[in-house]
Design a protein around this ligand. Structure first.
Ligand SMILES: [Zn+2]
Length: 264
């Protein structure tokens, strides 16, 4: 059920759009990043952690979208962190997020939904007693989105970026410039790519360091095509798009339309 990625890092993939929960083992317990979607998945994860004697000592949500804000009482009452902008956005959109979760996540209480504690702005590392986990904050995809670099393990947890199955989804309702914010975030990933041998996206397959670099190039090509107003050559929205994600061309069309309305 849990897939071992390195000695300290495990992944549990949800049935829902291959959403990856990430578990990092520390000295006295684990860090749990973006736990899964359905109630039965969260309970199975909790049971497996309990079986191995791993208590969750800290949680982290990479960004304020509903599918990254779920929790289950069985996982315990650890503090769940996010960046300050992430936590503020969760609060501002709490009811909307809860409604979206209600429509998709099966069999899960939403009492613990979105209980995110803000880290002080500029916090560099997750405060806990495990391996050093660097916070790489940017403004692509959602306000206060953070990727995590687990330095010693050389693993980049990308949040909802660098996916092999989903196209870049821009934050078209945010305050900033969605295209530039996305390109800036990809540049930051490029700057730290030499520090990672493995990428774990929020949705999709775990990849190697080469795959990390390939996805940066692929996502940049997609965003530049959006910016320049021509159709991207991108298998993720092409005729061979994997069955079950036939809604992606619709997401792409909406991004094209909204960007032209924004005057980009
Ligand atoms: Zn997501």
């Amino acid at each position: 059920m849990l897939t071992q990625i390195t000695e300290n890092i495990l992944v549990l993939q949800s049935e829902w759009i291959q959403r990856n929960a990430v578990i990092v083992r520390g000295r006295t317990g684990v860090l749990l990043v973006d736990p899964g979607i359905h109630g039965y998945e969260l309970v199975a994860l909790a049971d497996e952690l309990i079986e191995h004697g791993d208590a969750v000592t800290v949680g982290f949500s990479t960004h304020p979208h509903w599918d990254h804000l779920l929790w289950h009482a069985r996982l315990g009452s650890a503090t769940r962190y996010g960046t300050a902008r992430c936590a503020a956005t969760v609060q501002a959109r709490l009811e909307v997020g809860r409604d979206m979760a209600k429509q998709t996540a099966q069999d899960v209480s939403l009492d613990l939904f979105g209980a995110i504690t803000a880290l002080p702005p500029g916090t560099e590392y997750i405060p806990w007693d495990g391996p050093r986990v660097r916070i790489v904050e940017h403004q692509a995809h959602a306000p206060g989105h953070a990727a995590l670099l687990i330095e010693n393990d050389r693993v980049l947890v990308a949040g909802d970026m660098l996916s092999d199955v989903l196209i870049p989804m821009l934050d078209l309702r945010g305050q900033g410039n969605p295209v530039q914010d996305y390109l800036d975030a990809l540049r930051r990933f490029e700057d730290i790519a030499s520090e990672a041998d493995i990428v774990i996206p929020g949705h999709g397959s775990v990849g190697s360091g080469d795959e990390l670099r390939r996805r940066i190039v692929q996502d940049r090509a997609y965003v530049r095509a959006l910016q320049e107003g021509h159709d991207p050559v991108d298998a993720r929205v092409g005729p061979d798009a994997t069955f079950g994600r036939d809604w992606l061309p619709g997401v792409h069309a909406r991004q094209v339309r909204m960007l032209s309305e924004l005057g980009n």
